[in-house]
Design a protein around this ligand. Sequence first.
Ligand code: PLP
Length: 377
Amino acid sequence: MSARSLFSEFLVQTIGSYKPIIDSKIRNTIDDFNSSISFHKELPGYSPAPLYNLKHLAQEVGVGKILVKNEAERFGVPAIKMLGASYAMHKILEKNSDVNIFCTATDGNHGRAVAWAAKHFRKKALVFVPEYTAITRIENIKAEGARVIVADGDYDSAVEKAHEYAGRNNCMLIQDTAWNEYIEIPALVTSGYYTQLKELEEQTNSFEKQIDLIFVQAGVGSWPSAVVHFVRNHPRLEKTDIVCIEPLQSDCFLESAKNKKLSATKKSQHTIMAGLNCGTPSVLAWEIMKSGINAFLAIDDEFAIEAMKKYYYPVEEDKSIEAGESGAAGLAGLLALINDRNLHDLQETLQIKHSTSILLFNTESITDPDFFSKHVI
Ligand SMILES: Cc1ncc(COP(=O)(O)O)c(C=O)c1O
């Protein structure tokens, strides 16, 4: 890709002590790194998501190593979100098995995961989606047996509608974003994602070789905050830097970091990265990310398309990976860092060099096939 400018924005912060302020009950949940993998291992069809070493891409980019944890498939559903929703539902039902209907809002993947989990536990699911949600994403949620309601407005208003509906009706809200009065369930969702990190621990022989840099893509922040909290508590990963990637047009974490307080994006929220198109961070995720992330980077959609292509048409014998728009966002961030002159300072700060070892997550497979065939194939 040619060098470009003005298509990325970033903010670097110095990592001091990582001590998120979290209520003790919630802390018990998010400090529990081991329970979710025990639960997921018992589910039919469990297998760890593979970890690929893209040696040739690393050479092309000019770094030491690029590892990709590929979440293209979890229990037949093509996204990381499966882990959080299924674990949270399991914990809710453990406490109260009488819950019959689960309700949520989604930009696609979380809703599909809730629908899958409800089917698994023989419960019902009702899923609110923003008005711009791709038809295929809606069909896929319905195919898991859920009822889907298309709400007027964006992701944040779909969350409000789901919350209101759950309050008026006899159903349990299972949302992956937290606000001040609603933290317990999002904390369970977050801890469900640790399965992925425990798998990584095994796949890398307990991170025998230091990982220098991790890219995490953020929507409301529940998944990336699981990565951050795990890494910041891991003795082998003390020196690892973490970069948060967001769409330029939906940059609520960058905005919050600039303002040093939780803030909504001021941008248009027009982005192809549907899973990351969230206007406001989760309060729990912000508490974790604000002291655990080294740099917040918001990138143009073009980088996501470039990354989807790079994954799909690999360099030499590297593995070909099918990644959706949000799934490819970690690699998109790396490509932006390498190719966008505007990011030269950030590249220097992160000390990216020929020996740097990088971890990326492809957090979804193809979730909008029409877009994929139009822009990637
Ligand atoms: C594929 C994918 N990756 C990453 C994310 C970000 O997760 P979170 O919203 O918890 O920040 C999402 C959110 O839906 C997603 O769908």
